[in-house]
Design a protein around this ligand. Structure first.
Ligand code: ATP
Length: 445
């Protein structure tokens, strides 16, 4: 089995239009990425499945889309202005900046090799700031949100009073967050502009531990839904040195990325800390009156916080395989679960002539309503299959001469490369059934 490196994934992403470096024609911008034609489909698919699971398939969760720019007091209340920082050192020689906890301060500078060139560690706030309005004085200073969660807390009362939610319930949100990360290596794993999928679950004090376990199980199960190998996922419980001072308990779901085990999502038991802080700083009442018991309390919060863009890197890393075929050929294949594949069905005429192209084009248009489709008529059929393998298309439908005679097509499965003859009338149901029953086969399994 060939080694899977991040470099191989980065190269495929650029070559096939998944992910590009931002502003590449100007030399690129560190920590910022563009999602190309296939990347945006993959990202949206993961986002949509998360959203559906959280909101539509869950009785007690409603959605929210709060703004990126918020009142600066929000970040005082949340503790981000005071505490959201990493200890940094600068090399006095080459001016490179490092996280003090990620390098050996006794060793030479990793960038220029100078010895004893580091400044004392200084705290460096990770929030991007800008100014709102016409003036740019201290009073107009605002921040780009470093997480989506605070928008949920700030709107807690609005949601309770405008919808029919009763505790326990959740508010889900997907959106951009920004952090001035100094160490942005590992591609999109840690970027300055990224997307999060967060859900805050509000519950009665005393029920939080049970909900914490419930949400841990739910969140791990989600990754099975999108086809991630269980062997590449594990839990990491925060030790006392990692736990935020207000947190009761916290676990990370870690994924085995090409560069090792790393955090993918956090499930955190946050007590009543956030709502209490906002009550104190805003002077607005954040309590909830339980209609059944008539008790008034500030709800406890269990948070599930996943990186959407980090999920994209996980999906690519999990799917990537270089498979040696009988005869020695190697094919690059992305074994995406069909539900997240950017293209689900490719329609290919065996040859362009004799009406096959027109037939295939019409078929492709008919299938658009059901699936994300793609039409390709250029090059030998074997080459076209390989191109589809490389972008993770689970089903290829080939129109040939027999199709014109008996209205059947060849359905080729990406993982097994098996080809079956399917009547056109059964094509949609066959693909849907295969998707429902999908388990990854071939290669590493
Ligand atoms: P780390 O320790 O990796 O900096 P964190 O513990 O600060 O992450 P959280 O604040 O808990 O992360 O954010 C929740 C999720 O948001 C993370 O699990 C991750 O998936 C995602 N995330 C956080 N920072 C970034 C980033 N800079 N780039 C991409 N995704 C990120």
């Amino acid at each position: 089995m060939a080694e899977i490196t991040l470099e191989k994934i980065v190269s495929l992403c650029k070559r096939r239009g998944f992910i590009f470096q931002s502003s590449e024609i100007y030399g690129g911008l560190n920590g910022a990425y563009d999602y190309g034609p296939l990347g945006v489909e993959l990202k949206n698919n993961i986002r949509d499945i998360w959203w559906k699971e959280m909101t539509r398939l869950h009785d007690d969760i409603v959605g929210l889309d709060s703004s990126i720019l918020m009142h600066p007091r929000v970040w005082e209340a949340s503790g981000h202005i005071q505490n959201f920082s990493d200890p940094m050192v600068d090399c006095k020689q080459c001016k490179a900046r490092f996280r003090a906890d990620q390098i050996d301060l006794a060793a030479p500078c990793p960038n220029c090799g100078t010895r004893e060139s580091f400044t004392e560690p200084r705290n460096f706030n990770l929030m991007f700031s800008t100014h709102i309005g016409a003036t740019s004085d201290a009073a107009s200073k605002i921040y780009l949100r470093p997480e989506t969660a605070q928008g949920i807390y700030a709107d807690f009362k609005n949601v309770v009073s405008s919808s029919r939610v009763k505790i326990p319930f959740g508010i889900a949100q997907v959106g951009k967050s920004f952090r001035n990360e100094i160490t942005t290596k590992h591609f999109i794993f840690r970027s300055c502009e990224f997307e999060q999928m967060e859900m805050q679950w509000f519950c009665a004090p005393g029920t939080d531990e049970q909900w914490f376990e419930y949400w841990r199980a739910q969140r791990m199960a989600f990754y099975q839904t999108i086809g991630i190998r269980a062997t590449h996922l594990r839990w990491h419980r925060h030790g006392s040195d990692e736990l935020a001072f207000y947190a009761k308990d916290a676990y990370d779901i870690q994924y085995l990325f090409p560069m090792g085990w790393q955090e993918l999502e956090g499930v955190h038991s946050r007590t009543d800390y956030d709502l209490t802080q906002h009550q104190t700083f805003s002077g607005k009442d954040m309590t909830y009156l339980d209609p059944v018991t008539n008790e008034r309390y500030i709800p406890y919060v269990v948070e599930t916080s996943a990186g959407l863009t980090r999920n994209v890197l996980m999906a690519l890393s999990d799917a990537y395989e270089e498979e040696t075929l009988d005869g020695g050929d190697v094919r690059t294949v992305l074994r995406f679960h069909p539900l997240i594949a950017p293209i689900m069905v490719a329609v290919l005429p065996l040859v362009k002539k004799d009406g096959l192209a027109e037939f295939a084009q019409t078929l492709e248009k008919e299938l658009r309503d059901e699936f994300a489709t793609f039409y390709d008529e250029s090059g030998a059929i074997g080459r076209r299959y390989r191109r589809m393998d490389e972008v993770g298309t689970p089903y290829c439908v080939t129109v040939d001469y027999q199709t014109l005679e008996d209205k059947t097509v060849t359905l080729r499965y990406r993982d097994s490369m098996e080809q079956v003859r399917v009547p056109l009338a059964d094509l949609v149901t066959t693909i849907k059934a295969a998707t429902k029953a999908y388990t990854r086969t071939g290669g590493e399994g």
